[in-house]
Design a protein around this ligand. Structure first.
Ligand code: FAD
Length: 396
């Protein structure tokens, strides 16, 4: 019988791993992908929906080509438990599957218990995160459209690490872009739990000064302790209260729930430790973890680009391991994160990460990568092509 690989989650990490295991094993390994959503909706570019230059439909794609072109068996269901000893997993629909190797890429889930007011009835329907692209992205855009000119949009940013380090600042820029065109008396208030802008700080701050001065107000070290959803108010650790017309809470994050429940989140009870040569869990043999759910290596962002790179290192390693070979001892990964600061102008940060055998981790190659010198429409074209490429690479 062919070796069986099961992949949990058809997002950036999981779909890429499923596709590449089929490609690199010449279809000699059976791959089953479990994903509850009918469609893949991209978080990258979803801030443009808030800025008004894209619709959610532009970012919504089918995952069917993974089955039709690559022979991945897709099951539309949700994994409820994993039994690492028996190498089986259970699905919400009642089915049970067994595996030789399991790949888990469930993304993040939110630590709502850190913001007790958000656990009250109705709070999560009124105060949106829009940190998983889809219905919430559309609903947040509707809240911005309904807000009268002269109103305040406030966003809270959790302490790093969280999904997409530059994402909140791109979002602030997108909302400011929309206000500058349609509601020029309105304000964007950034309440950042971090002491400074986490990614591309000097570039974002220059854009805000040059283009959105008088619109964006950046407040670092606003350590959020609670939310009063009814009053649309964010409350800091020090008791400062900030009321907004539209309050957008990006909550603290941890590995997706299935990783937590199956004991894979062995770093601070929050993220999943992995061996960077194969992305095999440091907790459970024969289980690999990818993407946002892992405890990252130094200076490694939680990004779609990185999830794609994890997936390729893992896919190659899984094909090797199932063929009795050792994985490549020197993996090398890249990352680029583009951020739109208007409908066209973009800034980027890029890096290269190489395996260091002595430290057993991935380290940034000195002198590799860097950031844009300034925001430009040329980088806007690169960013759109980056998106087209990664969608094709992920979904086939
Ligand atoms: P995901 O892509 O979220 O996939 C996880 C999948 O697992 C989901 O489809 C989910 O349904 C499924 N799942 C979860 N639990 C289960 C279960 N129990 N059973 C079955 N399936 C399950 N990154 C970039 O590189 N560039 C960008 O420009 C960029 N912009 C961003 C902008 C925003 C606003 C946000 C929020 C993120 C952005 N990111 C960007 C980050 C990027 O979206 C994530 O890093 C990436 O999605 C991580 O991939 P993943 O596979 O870990 O998780």
């Amino acid at each position: 019988a062919k070796p069986q690989v099961v992949v949990v989650g058809g997002g950036y990490g999981g779909a890429t791993a499923a596709r590449y295991i089929r490609l690199w094993s010449d279809s000699s390994i059976d791959v089953t992908l479990i994903e509850p959503n009918a469609q893949f909706i991209s978080c990258p570019l979803s801030n443009l929906v808030l800025g008004g230059s894209r619709q959610i439909g532009d970012l919504t794609m089918s995952i069917q080509a993974l089955a039709d072109k690559h022979g991945v068996r897709i099951i539309r269901d949700f994994v409820t438990s994993v039994n690492a000893d028996k190498r089986t997993l259970a699905l919400a629909g009642g089915q049970s599957l067994s595996y030789d190797r399991l790949i888990v890429s469930p993304g993040v889930d939110f630590m709502w218990d850190q913001l007790p007011g958000m656990l009250k009835k109705g709070a999560q329907d009124a105060i949106l995160h829009a940190w998983k692209a889809g219905a919430q992205t559309v609903a947040l855009r509707a809240q911005l459209e309904a807000m009268p000119d002269g109103g305040v949009y406030a966003m809270t940013i959790p302490p790093a690490p969280y999904r997409c380090p530059p994402g909140p600042y791109e979002r602030a820029s997108q909302v400011a872009f929309y206000f500058s065109r349609h509601k020029p008396r309105s304000k964007v208030l950034i309440l950042d739990a971090n002491d400074d802008v986490v990614s591309k700080g000097p570039l974002f701050k220059k854009v805000w000064k040059d283009r959105y001065s008088g619109i964006i107000d950046y407040r670092p070290a606003f350590r959020i302790a609670d939310i009063d959803a009814g009053a649309r108010t964010a409350i800091s650790e020090l008791g400062d209260k900030v009321q907004a017309d539209v309050l957008n809470v990006i909550p603290p994050q941890r590995a997706g729930s299935i990783a937590m429940q199956s004991g894979l989140a062995n770093v601070n009870a929050r993220w999943c430790g992995v061996d960077f040569l194969s992305f095999e869990s440091t907790q459970s043999k024969n289980i690999h973890v990818l993407g946002d759910a892992i405890a990252v290596a130094p200076l490694m962002p939680k990004s779609a680009h990185m999830a794609n790179q994890h997936a390729k290192v893992c896919a190659a390693a899984v094909v090797d391991l199932l063929s009795g070979r050792a994985p490549d001892p020197q993996p090398m990964l890249t990352n680029t994160c583009y951020s739109f600061v208007s409908d066209q102008d973009v800034i980027h940060v890029a890096s290269v990460h190489a395996y260091n055998a002595e430290k057993k981790t991935l380290l940034v190659v000195p002198g590799s990568g860097g950031v844009s010198s300034t925001a430009s429409p040329m980088e806007g074209a690169y960013a759109l092509n980056w998106a087209r490429n990664i969608w094709a690479d992920t979904l086939g």
